[in-house]
Design a protein around this ligand. Structure first.
Ligand SMILES: [Zn+2]
Length: 272
């Protein structure tokens, strides 16, 4: 019945904001208690004792006073380390922020994330180590669809269960349609076979087994369009961190050539 208790746990700083004059609120994704908001008195003063432990994109072993409701408190920290590349690179920072944003909306506070905690930690580690941040983010986006209550059929045709024919994605049927059933949905995505291949692969890929990812830029742009559309239509999220990525993306990768109608990006089995 204790409403608060001293605990050791691992955590990952999600974000922080100033509170009152000298204090700070820090949201930490913990391995055992889910997302928790911590109140750090004096965190904005110079030489604050725990300052290294509450920097953005830091993971650490913490000790603290975990409250079931309301704010929790940090008492000590062991072995804090910061994701260096993510902290120093605006682009990587944007992707990592978006992933943490998805986690923040997708999971209720104070509810343990189970296997999602190591998965999120691994995603940030891979991005920090130089794996393509957009690809890692797409993997998280696709796998997190189920967290948002969307479980698209991405392995076999949603109508007949076949897996040996070319596929396309249909929102109406909630997943893949094999070529024999394409006529059932005129609004199917008309995705290229390569993009659909990665969509399927990313839905089951294990971030702990990943060796290398090398997705052509045109395919990546198409994948982004597909995933954005699924999120827009079935999840209905509009995160500020995502809008930032979109701006960055269109600026950086010159999107105009993708601004064709979806029907024009027709299925070409070999797009490379
Ligand atoms: Zn079928």
């Amino acid at each position: 019945m204790a409403e608060h208790r001293f605990e050791d746990f691992n955590g990952l700083v999600m974000y922080r904001k100033n509170y009152k004059e000298k204090d700070m609120l820090v949201k930490i994704l913990t391995d055992r208690f889910g997302k928790k908001m911590f109140y750090l008195r004096g965190a904005n003063k110079p030489k604050f004792r725990l300052s290294a432990a509450i920097l953005p994109f830091t993971q650490a072993a913490y000790g603290g006073d975990i409250r079931d409701d309301g704010l929790s408190f940090l008492n000590n920290v062991k072995s804090a380390s910061q994701f260096q590349s993510i902290s120093n690179d605006l682009f990587l920072n944007a992707y990592a922020t978006y992933i943490l944003g998805l986690v923040d909306v997708g999971f209720p506070d104070s509810e343990p994330l189970g296997s999602w905690y190591p998965k999120i930690e691994q995603a940030l580690t891979l991005i920090d180590e130089g794996f393509d941040a957009a690809v890692i983010t797409h993997i998280i986006e696709i796998q997190m669809l189920q967290v948002f209550g969307v479980q698209p059929q991405l392995q076999v045709c949603a109508v007949c269960g076949r897996s040996d024919l070319p596929f396309d994605y249909s929102e109406h049927y909630g997943g893949l349609l094999c070529q024999r059933h394409w006529h059932l949905d005129h609004n199917r995505f008309h995705g290229s076979q390569r993009a659909i291949y990665y969509l399927r692969l990313f839905s089951v890929i294990d971030l702990f087994q990943i060796q290398s990812v090398n997705v052509k830029q045109t395919t990546q742009m198409e994948l982004k369009t597909i995933i954005d559309r699924i999120y827009q239509d079935t999840v209905g999220l509009s995160l500020k961190s995502k809008q930032f990525i979109d701006k960055m993306y269109s600026f950086d990768r010159q999107l105009p050539q993708l601004k064709k109608m979806p029907s024009e990006i027709d299925s070409t089995p070999k797009d490379d």
